[in-house]
Design a protein around this ligand. Structure first.
Ligand code: NAP
Ligand code: F7E
Length: 341
């Protein structure tokens, strides 16, 4: 049985990757952060009590800012594959918390690479690199496109990209960079633009909200479907040789076009509801990201299937369904609170 360690297992990609690897018969270990409220909602459906002899998912407290803990965990778990998905992953937030973003999204990667080296284990290493590294370099972008990051997040990812490459060259580690363009799903964090839109569509349709406040609608992205992208991550680690790969759909879609598709799917005209709020602008914007994933198609047999318009429909349907089950928060609330204490 192969053993994998996933940092960022509680995030969008981590949850899909854990599902994929468990489905392939792996034993999966996940790094989770201690938090005062539960942060495992995306993987709760996968969890089996570790006392159960059939349990194959194990969670460990840790943090990418704590190098000693990473060395201990790598030594104890001795994984065959390490997927480094943990990061402060929000571009806008990286302008508010640049130092924290550098410490986790950048330095976190070298702590994990060092932990692999110091633990002396033989494993394959996946680094979650990002199209944000291309930043201001015009599309189409592929593995040979120069980096020009436009945020502390993008700059931190560039650092992680290069140290991953360096550990491959310096120590012969099977280490790869997956340079992934935006990928979304119903599990996408609520403050990323696609999910913010589809969640608002569901709430506006249900009469719970009247307006959606947005920033730059002209930005162009290449939006794919997250479950397909975690399959690409896995394929990169099964290749004969370590190499870096772009994963993308190759199709462009502006924020405005995504808005239109999402609202139209619910029978709504977005222009009646959307308002501008400058707080959602970034000090420096990435205007256009459109990926060329032909290397991944040629070497890994990977190709994106779901494109932006269908993605918008999948996400709207999921948010409409989620709202149906959620009920109204003010009615549910007393059920969760023990007023007598
Ligand atoms: P996400 O939903 O924001 O998940 C991020 C994960 O990182 C969460 O599990 C989070 O834990 C964890 N994390 C944050 N800070 C940490 C720390 N200090 N120590 C350990 N774990 C920490 O991100 P995602 O969309 O799944 O993306 C996965 C990775 O791919 C990220 O590295 C992201 O930057 C990168 N990426 C994403 C995209 C995309 O379009 N989704 C594209 C390119 C690259 P909590 O749950 O406790 O917050
Ligand atoms: O913004 C514009 C915003 O926050 C997309 C992360 O997964 O993908 C993601 O980064 C675009 C930007 O994602 C709002 O200005 C307009 O141009 O959904 P986003 P992102 O910045 O592209 C890359 C590949 C990653 O690696 C990152 O981890 O949408 N936009 N109005 C808005 N964005 C947000 N969040 N909110 C708005 O109201």
């Amino acid at each position: 049985m192969k053993r994998a360690l996933i940092t960022g297992i509680t995030g969008q990609d981590g949850s899909y990757l854990a599902e994929l690897l468990l489905g392939k018969g792996y034993e999966v270990h996940g790094l989770i952060r201690r938090s005062s409220t539960f942060n495992t909602s995306r993987i709760d459906h996968l969890y089996v009590d570790p006392h159960d002899p059939d349990a194959r998912l194990f969670l460990h407290y840790g943090d990418l800012s704590d190098g000693a803990r990473l060395v201990t965990l790598l030594s104890q778990i001795a994984p065959d594959e390490v997927y480094n998905l943990g990061a402060q992953s929000h571009v806008r937030v990286s302008f508010d918390e640049p130092e924290h973003t550098g410490n986790t999204t950048g330095m976190g990667s070298i702590r994990l690479l060092e932990a692999v080296r110091l633990a002396g284990i033989d494993c394959r290493f996946y680094q979650a690199s990002s199209s944000e590294m291309f930043g201001a370099t015009p599309p189409p972008q592929n593995e040979d496109t120069p980096f020009y990051p436009r945020s502390p997040y993008g700059a931190a990812k560039v650092y992680s990209y290069w140290v991953t490459k360096n550990y491959r060259e310096a120590y012969g580690l099977f280490a790869v960079n997956g340079i992934l363009f935006n990928h979304e799903s119903p599990r996408r964090g609520e403050t990323f633009v696609t999910r913010k839109i589809t969640r608002a569509v569901a709430r506006i349709q249900a009469g719970l909200e009247q307006h959606l406040f947005m920033g730059n609608l002209d930005a162009v992205r290449d939006w794919g479907y997250a479950p397909e992208y975690v399959e690409g991550m896995w394929r990169m680690l099964q290749a004969d040789e370590p190499d870096d790969y772009v994963l993308a759909t190759g199709e462009k879609c502006s924020v405005r076009e995504f808005l239109t598709a999402a609202f139209e799917h619910a029978g709504l005209d977005w222009e009646k509801y959307v308002r501008f709020d400058e707080r959602y602008l970034r000090p420096t914007e990435v205007d256009s990201l459109i990926g060329d994933a032909s290397k991944a198609e040629a070497n890994l047999g990977w190709k994106a299937i779901v494109h932006a318009p269908e993605l918008a429909r999948i996400m709207v349907d999921a948010d409409v369904e989620a709202l149906r089950h959620e009920g109204k928060p003010w009615i549910d609330e007393p059920k969760h609170i023990n007023w007598s204490v």
